[in-house]
Design a protein around this ligand. Structure first.
Ligand SMILES: [Zn+2]
Length: 268
């Protein structure tokens, strides 16, 4: 089950047992860096929980309403809480606001439509504003019957200790570079590029894929060329003098670009 999700063997085993268990925690926390596959696994798990046969693969009506391929998640007993568009600022918010938690709480009071088990995934749960976190804590203190709540968070230190004490935490670790490399090659990324990306992506397939798609100055080979040239010139020039003279760095160095450069220096 979930063979297409690379790594995380222990977590997958835990979740498979959970599907069949009678006594089970109602709130789970998937913690770990971005891009490790927490969201992908949470969605597969949600699909299996909602499926009439609890496998998520039989193509039943519940499965069809959780179409993970095209992102059409219209199952009436599933709620996804994620960063929403801010009309005033004309950009995606980087926090979960209290209205979203209020809306979730209101939904938990309604009767199920299709499935006796209902599922909610809260993405970036560590970005709840304080009022949202307190409202969410109330929900956990009186867990709504039949609901399984899954929190996703990169930084558990930002979650309230009182929330932490009410969830079962599954820690997601970095994936082995060889596995990342295989996963990249399976997605038709050329072997030489896959090898470099696997070593600088800190065990995150998501990050590796983002880097693979980057163009121009964020292209990993272009960036590596610059990183190597910098290291070759180091004995001859002060680092800042060297960098100041590069046309490649004429424009202000972007944060992603700087991070990529540092990672490549470490690798080289
Ligand atoms: Zn099904």
């Amino acid at each position: 089950m979930w063979e297409h999700i690379i790594g995380h063997t222990e977590q997958k085993k835990f979740l498979q047992n959970y599907l069949q268990a009678k006594e089970r925690p109602h709130a789970l926390l998937f913690s770990g860096a971005a891009g490790l596959g927490k969201r992908t696994l949470a969605l597969e798990f949600a699909k299996a929980l909602l499926c009439f046969q609890h496998n998520g693969t039989d193509g039943c009506e519940a499965c069809r309403l959780m179409n993970l391929q095209d992102g059409n998640l219209s199952h009436p007993d599933f709620v996804l809480v994620q960063h929403e568009w801010d009309d005033k600022k004309d950009r995606l918010r980087d926090t979960i606001i209290i209205d979203q938690i209020r809306e979730l709480t209101a939904k938990t009071a309604l009767a199920p439509v299709m499935s006796p088990t209902r599922v909610c995934i809260v993405e970036d749960a560590d970005t709840m504003v304080p009022a949202a976190a307190n409202a969410f804590l109330k929900l956990l203190e009186e867990p709504p019957a039949g609901w399984v709540i899954i929190l996703l968070a990169a930084n558990v230190n930002r979650l309230l200790p009182t929330i932490m004490s009410r969830v079962v935490q599954l820690r997601f670790q970095a994936i082995e570079p060889q596995l990342v490399e295989q996963a990249l090659q399976a997605r038709q990324i050329e072997p030489a590029k896959a090898a470099v990306l696997a070593r600088i992506s800190e065990g995150s397939i998501g990050l590796a894929l983002n880097l693979a798609a980057a163009k121009g100055q964020l292209d990993v080979f272009e960036c590596r060329k610059q990183a190597a040239a910098f290291l070759e010139a180091l004995p001859l020039a002060m680092p800042m003098n060297y960098l100041a003279g590069r046309s490649w760095l004429d424009k202000k160095l972007q944060r992603e670009q700087a991070l990529l450069l540092v990672q490549l220096w470490q690798l080289l």
